[in-house]
Write a protein that binds this ligand. Structure first.
Ligand SMILES: *Cc1c(COP(=O)(O)O)cnc(C)c1O
Length: 395
């Protein structure tokens, strides 16, 4: 007998749950794309998206997923034969590195594995060893969505500065923007990359690349080709040119509504605080059960958008399958864990459009799965999660 009725709930690290308001905002007939309300509305997206990343610099919109934004950042700043330093925390930086290699860019990868953040001493060491200044850019993720580690973005900036190295600093915030606290300008990031389907609560399909003056300098030497060129997108007053073709009209309505919710109603500070509380509730449940471990041991180094969970062999797959098939809760599959380790991990996405009934629903369903599967666990974990939520203060 299955209890799997009602609404399917995603607790995966992207795509995230889309607010009904965003879906409703997208449910409109195609507008006039030459002039009028749509064209005027798109102008309002730029300042709000800059608020989300805490930057005053430029931003280009692409019809793309996160991979497209990765490519745009590489193509606008680098040429074939250039070298980049990749901070290999978890899985996603390695995928970005493979993309760079596919463009003929040389990659030096520091491997930090699946359980750690980037060690700034190693970053310093690699940049100091580059006496010829061959490294053109340092590539890092804020949150690695596979290991759920969060890198210390300002500390990496400090390490770069301490070596006096001139490399560009590019940060992938695809999983973290609108979840983990982020200050592009204050933290000295040159290029920030994100996409709309995680913290920004909109169906996958548009992506954003933010770039400062130093990145603009690098663009002068690069050869991005027409489609990825951020100059054409940001300096054209012809609407059609901003998208290098037809605008993704319904997506633009969707992101407008999502930004109303995020920037104008909740506000970034409250949003970051809410994510912190949500994440702590998940960790309190893990501590309470005793059987399931967070993959990242130090809470300071955990993402507030996703938590990767370690179980005894085979349990992770069994829990995921029970939650999905018997209860209608989709948990994240393991990514980046090799061989016999792979079936020991699952991921809980807790990003974006989430409130206590949704979050507690997911946690309680995981506990229900453990009861159904006779996986030993302590009682009181859900109560501990409730207590974290009860203690929430938004400022
Ligand atoms: C999701 C994600 C990506 C890839 O985004 P796609 O939209 O799937 O191409 C890249 N980096 C990070 C950190 C992510 O979380």
């Amino acid at each position: 007998m299955s209890l799997n009725f009602g609404r399917l709930q995603l607790a995966i690290p992207g795509p995230s749950i889309i607010p009904d308001r965003v879906l409703a905002a997208m449910h409109k007939p195609s507008p006039n794309i030459y002039y009028g309300p749509l064209v005027d509305m798109v102008d309002t997206l730029y300042p709000d998206l800059k608020t989300v990343a805490q930057t005053k610099h430029d931003m280009a919109i692409y019809i793309a997923n996160g991979h497209g934004a990765w490519e745009a950042a590489l193509k606008n700043t680098l040429i074939e034969g250039d070298k980049v330093l990749i901070l290999g925390t978890g899985r996603f930086p390695l995928t970005w590195a493979e993309m760079a290699q596919s463009h003929g860019i040389k990659t030096e990868i520091i491997q930090f594995g699946m359980h750690d953040d980037a060690d700034v001493a190693k970053v310093r060491e690699a940049l100091s060893a580059d006496t010829k200044g061959e490294i053109r850019a340092v590539l890092a993720v804020q949150t690695d969505t596979a290991s759920s580690v969060k890198n210390d973005i300002p500390a990496i900036r400090k390490a770069i500065d301490e070596t006096g190295h001139n490399a560009l600093y590019m940060v992938d915030c695809i999983a973290s923007l609108g979840c983990d606290e982020y200050h592009m300008d204050e933290w000295g990031v040159d290029v920030t990359i994100t996409a709309c389907q995680k913290g920004l609560m909109t169906p996958a399909g548009i992506a954003f690349v933010y770039f400062n003056d130093k990145a603009k300098e690098a663009r002068k030497r690069a050869k991005p080709g027409e489609y990825w060129d951020w100059v054409l997108r940001t300096q054209s007053d012809i609407f059609y040119r901003q998208f290098d073709g037809t605008a993704p009209t319904q997506h633009l309505y969707g992101i407008r509504e999502a930004l109303d919710i995020l920037v104008h109603e909740e506000g970034m500070k409250a949003c970051w605080k809410r994510h912190e509380t949500q994440a702590k509730a998940v960790w309190a449940a893990l501590d309470g059960w005793g059987t399931l471990q967070p993959n990242i041991a130090d809470p300071e180094k955990r993402s507030t958008a996703v938590t990767t969970v370690k179980t005894a062999p085979g349990q992770a797959t069994a829990i995921r399958e029970w939650c999905e098939q018997s209860a209608g809760l989709v948990l994240g599959i393991p990514l980046g864990f090799e061989g016999k380790d792979a079936d020991r991990y699952f991921r809980i996405g807790h990003m974006g459009h989430l409130n206590p009934p949704m979050l507690l629903g997911a946690l309680t369903t995981i506990e229900t799965a453990m009861k159904a599967l006779k996986i030993e666990h302590e009682e009181g974990a859900i109560s501990a999660a409730c207590q974290v939520l009860a203690n929430h203060k938004s400022d």
